[in-house]
Design a protein around this ligand. Structure first.
Ligand code: FUB
Length: 473
């Protein structure tokens, strides 16, 4: 579905005016995403999400996806390194999980339907890279009790805890290997003092519904969760220890955003605090076609969480993007009309580009000025042009690169063109033009001639999962 074309129509008025404040939330526009689980690792935020299928009328979810960013506005698409098929005992429902890092490995805990019992169970994927590929760590469910939404927290004493549950809330102590546990799963008492009073609906004992996200900050343990149904809001409780007793603390994010579920993920990164959630904000969006978004927030004195509202601007950028190092084409702040796919050369590429589509990267520091632009492109048709524009899709044009036909969608060549007038820091728009139909694919780009930007480029960019899809259309 060319969802981006609809978006382009909606946003063209705003983007046509250079310097106009612009929506950059939700943070992914190429597909519908849900159930955010951020992880800070080596100066980047890795974001693990589910994938709502286009036009879905249920939680029809077959795979999980990974994104990453060093600045919280330009997000690199790492594709899908784990799916229902990763777990040969599972049949469906790639629902809400979380990835944690321990001893050189990334463990991705996910709820998925156990084929044999028909019950929801918790599986564990494992990888040595934050972007995968992930394999089934144990070849069977870690726990199976029909409940969902795992979150894993590792305390300062290195004891790890797995929490999960809907309609109940459970925890179990994980062993140091992260793929087995000690003792039995224990139910956390759902008292109104701990998890709030549900009004107008007696189906559950408290406000707790699902989606726990447990972490510790300044000695206080937090459980941020989806409350009430439906529609959900995000609430939280705190405790003096990892197993409670929990005290209900109130609302984090009110019911907003045209999705009847919401799902929290909370991190500290680069001195700021960030709240990830989902809504139905993209065109065609709703309860089963959700999109992940992010807001920056500041804890109140004493560590309480302020009320956070959904915005279309999202988090401010951390630092600036360096155009003089190789950047992936699938590193995007906002786009219109394009999609991504695994690239035959590794990683992902931008594809399904048609006349008038664009991708934007935000806060690009050209410093004293770029003199040329190189980009890796492929085209099974006759190519087209990439217009380099500043601060708007119709903003100042600082260069144009002609893309030739290369004989295949994955037959790559590098083209270079001169650049004039790109100095200082700007949002950079790649405006794609040409004839009709699909024009070309783009794998990466890089400017030369100056120095600028203070963020590291993504050094894990080509560890994606190329597949047969890369060579087809
Ligand atoms: O995405 C499927 C389910 O919807 C998740 O597991 C829940 O948290 C809710 O967001």
């Amino acid at each position: 579905m060319k969802r981006g074309l609809v978006l382009m129509a909606l946003l063209s008025v705003v983007t046509a005016i250079p310097g106009t404040a612009r929506a950059d939330n939700p943070i992914v526009q190429t597909i519908y995403t849900a159930d955010p689980a951020p992880l800070v690792h080596n100066g980047r935020v890795y974001l693990y999400t589910g994938h709502d299928e286009d036009g879905s009328t249920y939680f029809t979810m077959k795979e999980w996806r990974v994104w990453s960013s060093a600045d919280l506005v330009n997000w690199t698409d790492h594709g899908s390194p784990m799916s229902v098929a990763t777990f040969n005992w599972a049949s469906a429902d790639a629902w809400a999980g979380q990835t944690v890092y321990r001893n050189g490995k990334f463990y991705w805990y996910v709820p998925v339907k156990d084929r044999a019992s028909g019950q929801m169970a918790i599986g564990v994927g494992v990888s040595t890279s934050p972007t995968g590929p992930f394999t089934d760590a144990i070849g069977r469910p870690l726990v199976r009790n029909g409940e969902i939404d795992p979150t894993v927290f590792i305390d300062d004493d290195r004891q790890a805890y797995l929490y999960w549950g809907n309609p109940n809330l459970w925890y179990v102590r994980l062993n140091a290997d992260m793929i087995s546990y000690s003792g039995s799963p224990t139910q956390i008492p759902l008292t109104t003092a701990g998890f709030g009073t549900r009004t107008g609906d007696t189906s559950r004992p408290t406000l707790y519904e699902e989606a726990p996200w447990v972490y510790k900050r300044n000695g206080l343990y937090y459980n941020v969760f989806a409350a009430k149904c439906c529609s959900e809001f995000i609430a939280y409780s705190t405790a003096p220890g990892p197993t409670g007793p929990w005290t209900y603390r109130g609302t984090v994010m009110p019911t907003q955003g045209s999705s009847f579920t919401n799902h929290p993920g909370v991190i500290d990164f680069n001195g700021g605090s960030y709240f990830f959630y989902h809504n139905g904000a993209l065109p065609g969006g709703g309860g089963f076609t959700r999109s992940v978004a992010v807001e920056k927030f500041t804890y109140n004195a004493g560590g309480t969480i302020p009320t956070i509202n959904m915005t279309t601007t999202g988090a401010p950028q951390v630092g600036t993007l360096d155009p003089y190092v190789r950047q992936e084409a699938e590193t995007i702040a906002w786009e219109s009309g394009v999609e991504t796919e695994p690239a035959g050369e590794g990683g992902m590429n931008v594809g399904w580009i048609e006349n008038g589509d664009y991708t934007k990267v935000k806060g690009v520091d050209f410093g004293s000025g770029a003199t040329s632009f190189s980009t890796r492109v492929a085209s099974a048709t006759s190519g087209g042009r990439i217009e380099l524009r500043l601060d708007g899709v119709n903003g100042t044009q600082v260069g144009t690169c002609t893309v030739p036909g290369t004989g295949g969608w994955q037959t790559w060549t590098t083209v270079t063109c001169p650049v004039n007038g790109a100095t200082g820091t700007h949002d950079l728009y790649f405006r794609y033009t040409g004839g009709s139909g699909n024009l070309f694919n783009v794998n990466w780009w890089q400017f030369t001639g100056g120095t600028g930007g203070n963020l590291p480029a993504n050094d894990d960019m080509e560890s994606g999962t190329p597949s047969a899809k890369a060579t087809s259309r």
